[in-house]
Design a protein around this ligand. Structure first.
Ligand code: SAM
Length: 156
């Protein structure tokens, strides 16, 4: 099951980018034997300042066709890391080919796109900057793969 992180805004080289690349490389390595991955980042940028709805259009064009959509949203479902791992495993076992996680820009994700999502996932009620949300999601994907692989990275 391929995984796309579809995000608003371009992230320059720096500590966040280094962490994301590191976690997604680890996710790919751990997930390979489990039918998970590879993961890639798809960045979209609305240079005309059209707001959330213009960003949603760009995101729709960028999301792989037929992908199961998960919107990252502070109002979404809160789950433990093992629960997230189990959910990923379920999508894989149901034959999902592509899973796309969407992270919004400064204004968030347009409600029309949120309504199209199969799942909405929250990292808690606090709002995080999009670059940190990217890092956290990348880490949780690696953690989920480690849990499904039975490796000792995740400790409770
Ligand atoms: C700066 S936040 C935008 C906040 C905006 N008020 C909203 O309504 O979504 C940028 C993006 O980071 C992600 N994000 C921020 N906090 C989050 C949280 N607690 N859980 C999940 N995703 C979050 C979301 O995808 C959000 O669209």
């Amino acid at each position: 099951m391929r995984v796309s992180l579809c995000v608003v805004g371009r992230l320059r080289a720096g500590p966040e980018r280094t962490l994301i690349d590191d976690y997604l490389t680890r996710f790919d390595k751990t997930g390979r034997a489990l039918g998970l991955g590879p993961a890639k980042i798809i960045e979209v940028e609305d240079k005309k300042g059209g707001g959330m709805s213009a960003e949603a259009d760009l995101l729709r064009r960028a999301i792989p066709k037929g992908a199961t959509l998960c919107c990252m949203d502070e109002r979404g479902e809160v789950m433990t890391s093992p629960e997230f791992a189990q959910r990923l495993g379920q999508f894989r076992d149901q034959g999902t080919q592509d899973m796309a996680f969407v992270i919004g820009g400064a204004d968030g994700i347009d409600p029309s796109l949120r309504a199209e999502a199969r799942m909405s996932l929250s990292f808690g009620k606090m709002v995080w900057p999009h670059m940190l949300a990217r890092v956290m999601l990348s880490e949780q994907l690696y953690r989920a793969a480690s849990i499904l692989a039975g490796s000792p990275y995740h400790r409770e």
